[in-house]
Design a protein around this ligand. Structure first.
Ligand code: ZN
Length: 266
């Protein structure tokens, strides 16, 4: 009976995610240059022409212009559109897991976490830097979850405040040691902070899962990239972001699955 209205709401969530994705593009390009993200207009990267309002509709404008600047005709990177669509899909995924009727707070928190991770992913990929501001934003999301669980009548997640607090340190401290022992060559402080904030949001079990996934994906993709490009310059943040994203939805289940397979629990 509610199917039609559900579909309409999910379409709206997707479209909203796409528009937020458009803002994330601004963050990805401007934060490394220390430019403001709240005002200022978008310009063509090639000719510098200010992009008109009607050409700023996420995804649609890029399709209508066939991926080219209206002024100079030079190709606009499809990445802007990829980021927008990706964020729309991630919003959908978050709200499919956390129903907007029954657990809207957790749904919104995971959406915001995903948007922050999209920024971390692309910014670290481009610049090998993880923005402290974005990491702090993830920390705030963790705090909102902790306070909601403590203060609201029904808990919004099954992650206890103890688990959240231990989660800050369980991965970040070993990473910090690796950072110090390798004198910063193996991984940067940004990765350490990211896993501290991510651990605060995810709790102890899920952040271990996140790290595990990040290491596996990172080493596979890292090897392929090194083989293909001969370049060993490597950003860990994108893979940690993928790990955190998956763990935010299925961290506990994956941890239990692993423990069951290895015979720790039955
Ligand atoms: Zn142009």
């Amino acid at each position: 009976m509610y199917t039609a209205s559900y579909i309409i709401i999910y379409i709206m969530i997707f479209v909203f995610g796409v528009f937020i994705g458009s803002f994330l593009n601004v963050c990805i390009y401007r934060i490394p240059k220390e430019e403001t993200i709240v005002k200022g207009s978008s310009h063509c990267m090639t000719c510098g022409e200010k992009i008109k309002k009607r050409d700023l509709i996420p995804v649609l404008s890029w399709c209508l212009l066939r991926g080219k600047c209206r002024n100079c005709g030079v190709e606009i990177s499809p990445r802007y559109t990829v980021v927008e669509l990706l964020n729309g899909i991630l919003f959908l995924v978050a709200f499919l897991k956390y129903d907007f009727m029954f657990n809207p707070i957790m749904g919104v928190l995971v959406c915001l976490l995903y948007s922050a991770l999209v920024v971390v992913f692309f910014m670290d990929w481009d610049t090998q830097l993880i923005s402290t501001g974005v990491v702090m934003f993830i920390g705030i999301l963790g705090l909102v979850q902790l306070l909601s669980n403590l203060l609201l009548k029904g808990p919004i997640s099954d992650i206890t405040w103890k688990s959240q607090l231990i989660g800050i340190f369980v991965v970040s401290i070993p990473l910090l040691l690796i950072h110090l022992l390798s004198k910063g060559r193996a991984l940067g402080l940004g990765d350490v902070y990211l896993m501290a904030a991510g651990g605060f949001f995810l709790g102890v079990k899920s952040v271990l899962v996140a790290m595990f996934i990040g290491m596996i994906v990172g080493s596979v993709v890292g090897m392929i990239l090194k083989y293909k490009t001969g370049n060993s310059k490597f950003a860990f943040g994108p893979y940690l972001s993928i790990g955190i994203s998956i763990a935010a939805l299925y961290g506990n289940q994956l941890a239990d699955l692993y423990l069951r397979f290895s015979g720790f629990i039955r």
